[in-house]
Design a protein around this ligand. Structure first.
Ligand SMILES: NC(=O)c1ccc[n+]([C@@H]2O[C@H](COP(=O)([O-])OP(=O)(O)OC[C@H]3O[C@@H](n4cnc5c(N)ncnc54)[C@H](O)[C@@H]3O)[C@@H](O)[C@H]2O)c1
Length: 338
């Protein structure tokens, strides 16, 4: 089979490329990735010859040409960092909305048999103390990132309703695992802890997130391709939920580092309080269940960041340092006890 993957040099996309070619070594994957700050060629080192990286922008590339002979598209490419979208939303609209529409249109013209859009639980907005989001919960995105993902998600719906184009949407909870950019919470906390640096926790760390190991997410995406129904949406959650503070404490415990590294810093504006997914539909219709428990998956992930010095060193290079210092070092609470 020949697949087209977008954003396959990023975190989830590169794990998916590795996952797919490991289990289907004779398949071919065309991977369109602009290699933004979040895309990294090193994420694809050692990947088999069945993979071809095309460095292009989905908002500009000749996508129909890239779809020659392709049977299925997995669309991961996005600007994905909420904090960056709060700073400047323009590129989020361009990539996440325009890029998705261009890809859907090219795939429709090419009559691609399946199009899987990787959406997010953030389209639903935030929950209070109780309840889970089902697939028919209303959209209430709160950040510019989430709003652009909601627009992409609705474009996918419209392509199914209007053109009967066979698109399937997945909405996953927070992912963790190897090859995640160190701006994101788990690699940021892990690499800071390994270097004895402060761990900036927003507010009181009371926000609740559901965490899925990226390998479980990749397995779910394969099940979506094989057994998902066109026009449907599937929540992909793990059931493992924790507050941000509990998660940071777990990281410190697993790395045997002191809790004194934690700094409570000024909260993110409009920070969603709680996300929780009802994933019963995916279990029932896809025959998929997550297999990796949070603590075991986290332990394996921390080991990966500890053992891959060269990857961490280059991912935490100059542009990361600049971002980090602008984002955290002058934030209220960061310099306490330093
Ligand atoms: N990480 C999570 O916890 C999570 C959870 C649910 C859904 N998602 C969704 O999964 C997808 C992948 O997330 P991720 O965490 O791997 O993101 P990431 O930021 O690590 O990777 C995004 C990739 O897209 C590429 N890209 C960005 N703009 C592009 C453009 N215009 N053209 C081509 N390539 C472009 C980047 O270079 C990068 O390789 C996103 O759509 C995201 O919204 C992520």
């Amino acid at each position: 089979m020949k697949l087209l993957v977008t954003g396959g040099a990023g975190f989830i996309g590169s794990n998916f490329v590795r996952y797919w070619l490991r289990d289907h070594p004779s398949d071919r994957i065309v991977n369109i990735d602009k290699l933004t700050y979040a895309g990294n060629r090193q994420n694809l080192e050692g990947v088999s010859p069945g993979h071809e990286l095309v460095c292009e922008d989905i908002a500009e590339a000749n996508l129909e040409e890239q779809m020659e002979g392709v049977e299925a598209v997995f669309h991961f490419a996005a600007e994905s960092h909420v904090d960056r979208s709060i700073d400047s939303a323009d590129v989020f609209v361009r990539t996440n909305v325009l890029g998705t529409q261009r890809l859907l249109e090219a795939a429709r013209r090419r009559r691609i048999a399946r199009f899987v859009l990787i959406s997010t639980d953030e389209v639903y907005g935030a929950l209070g103390d109780s309840g889970d989001f089902t697939e028919d919960a209303p959209f209430r995105p709160n950040s510019p990132y989430a709003a652009t993902k909601a627009a992409a998600d609705l474009l996918a719906r419209s392509y199914f309703k209007t053109y009967q184009f066979p698109v399937i949407v997945t909405r996953a909870c927070n992912n963790y695992g190897p090859y995640q950019h160190p701006e994101k919470m788990i690699p940021l906390m892990t690499t800071n802890a390994l270097n004895g640096l402060p761990l900036p926790v927003y507010g009181e760390g009371a926000q609740v997130r559901e965490w899925i190991h990226v390998e479980d997410h990749c397995r779910a995406l394969e099940a979506v391709l094989r057994r998902g129904r066109p026009g449907e949406v599937y929540n992909l959650g793990s059931g493992y939920r924790s507050t941000n503070l509990e998660l940071v404490q777990m990281i410190l415990r697993l790395l045997d580092k002191p809790a004194s590294l934690i700094r409570f810093v000024a909260d993110r504006p409009g920070h969603d309080f709680r996300y929780a997914l009802d994933s019963a539909k995916a279990h029932r219709e896809l025959g998929w269940e997550p297999q990796i428990a949070l603590e075991a998956g986290l332990e394996q992930t921390l080991r990966w960041y500890r053992d891959n010095h060269e990857w961490v060193r280059s991912a935490r290079g100059d542009s990361y340092q600049q971002y980090y210092s602008q984002m955290y070092e002058n934030r209220e609470g960061y310099r306490q006890n330093l």
